[in-house]
Design a protein around this ligand. Structure first.
Ligand code: AVJ
Ligand code: FE
Length: 438
């Protein structure tokens, strides 16, 4: 990566914390106290829970653990422990009211900036390369994405707005798929300073040759699946996915509605015709899997996704991003909630991989066929509840990040996971197929 000394990482940590807080404020200042404390969906916490949980984690890791100071409000820890209370229960907890949550957040942050200023960034794994600060900035950004999902689920007029994404490159004539040669590549990382435990360590994977879609599957393509009876033919569906769509009468992506002959979607309080050129979003793993089978294809494995995103055939090296090792700039990818939708398929020419695959980073999270499992040599760090307790066959891996992901929480190695039934998340997909052996 870009070489950064201790000072550089301290500055980077400061920037990341400030950027995250700006976004947290944007997401929580645009609605009134009633909306902050309401539960907009049983799938989500009240926004005011996320707000105080962000600061409780910051206090726990940076104030108490890194600085070794006493708990500021030990009595609230259990309320903000995500494992003690499922989301559906959180509205009935004794939550800090909005003004108190904001005061707590400001107090923790003032103390933490002092800790960042005065802590030697060496000697302990937690502070090496400012890791704990980077981890907490990523945690806040992840909850900001969660809060954006809550905004999407919330009823009523729009509270957020943003300009539409640019469509540069969307007019380019592109092949439908790209061939990725078979062979080994380096998956995961051992030297990305703020990579989380589940991205580590770097290890060699052999991946047979395959083809992968140049761009994510679009709404237009998905509409063809729907028009072809995709939701009414059990041949395309895993049994659990078929039961889910039957039980809940699912026949389109979440937030879509048919009006006469036209499909509309609700997006952050505004209804609009479904844009055919944009990647489909708000589909479950089962929907993605069914579409792929209908198309005579399959979802890529996690290793295939990462090889397409990071492998540089010229050097044989794995890079940090599809475009190289440079940190994401606005021209590379639709990240950071600069826009409130994916960009048209083909956009972000500058973000393409050496083999020409586009939009691997940003726009929509991409479902892969893989279960969320540890890499060989995995070690939980700094706590088992970030990744380890989720390993197994219950969760599917998503890659690449969405328009709602900040660059600090997104890279070629970053792994997200969720239940295969989930569709309120900013999830889309691309498809793949085996290449015939030569
Ligand atoms: C990695 C997005 C699945 O939101 O459940 C936030 C991130 N972990 N607080 C989640 C996380 C603890 C996590 N995901
Ligand atoms: Fe959390």
């Amino acid at each position: 990566m870009t070489t950064v000394d201790g000072t550089g990482l301290r500055q980077r940590a400061l920037d990341a914390l400030l950027t995250a807080r700006k976004r947290t404020s944007l997401l929580t200042d645009c609605v009134d106290d009633g909306e902050l404390t309401a539960q907009h969906s049983p799938l989500m916490s009240p926004l005011v829970w996320d707000l105080a949980h962000i600061s409780n984690q910051e206090e726990l890791w940076l104030w108490r653990t890194v600085a070794g100071r006493a708990a500021l409000r030990p009595e609230i820890d259990s309320v903000y422990d995500a494992f003690e209370h499922p989301r559906a229960e959180r509205p009935s907890l004794p939550l800090l009211p909005p003004a108190e949550a904001r005061a707590y957040a400001a107090d923790v942050r003032t103390r933490v900036l002092d800790v960042l200023d005065t802590t030697a960034l060496e000697g302990r794994p937690l502070v090496e390369s400012a890791f704990a600060f980077g981890m907490i900035a990523q945690h806040e950004q992840q909850h900001d994405e969660t809060m954006l999902i809550t905004h999407q689920l919330r009823k009523g007029p729009a509270a957020l707005s943003a300009p539409p994404p640019p469509a540069d490159g969307a007019g380019d004539l592109l092949p439908a798929e790209v061939h990725v040669p078979g062979g080994p590549f380096s998956m995961g990382t051992s030297d990305e300073p703020w990579a989380l435990d589940n991205e580590r360590p770097a290890h060699t994977r052999f991946v047979p040759a395959y083809f992968i879609d140049t761009v994510p599957v679009t709404n237009g393509a998905y509409l063809r699946f729907m028009a072809d009876g995709g939701y009414t033919d059990p041949r395309w569906w895993q049994p659990e996915g078929w039961s889910q769509i039957r039980k809940h009468s699912i026949a389109a992506p979440l937030f879509w509605r048919q009006d006469g002959g036209q499909w509309l979607r609700r997006r952050f309080g505004v209804e609009e015709p479904v844009p055919e050129d944009q990647p489909v979003v708000h589909v479950s793993w089962y929907e993605a899997d069914a579409y792929a089978r209908w198309a005579g294809r399959r979802l890529p494995t996690e290793a295939e996704w990462e090889k397409a995103a990071r492998h540089d055939p010229a050097s044989g090296r794995s890079r940090r991003y599809p475009w190289g090792d440079a940190d994401p700039e606005p021209a590379h990818a639709n990240l950071g909630q600069r826009h409130l939708s994916p960009a048209p398929a083909g956009s972000y020419r500058e973000g393409r991989s050496p083999l020409g695959v586009r939009q691997l980073i940003g726009d929509v999270w991409e479902w892969t066929s893989s279960d969320f499992l540890p890499y060989p040599g995995f070690r939980a760090f700094p706590y088992k509840e970030y990744s380890e307790v989720f390993f197994g066959d219950e969760y599917k891996v998503l890659r690449g990040g969405s328009f709602a992901v900040d660059p600090v929480a997104c890279r070629g190695t970053f792994r997200n996971w969720d239940y295969p039934v989930r569709r309120q998340i900013f999830s889309g997909f691309r498809t793949a197929r085996d290449a015939e052996p030569v």
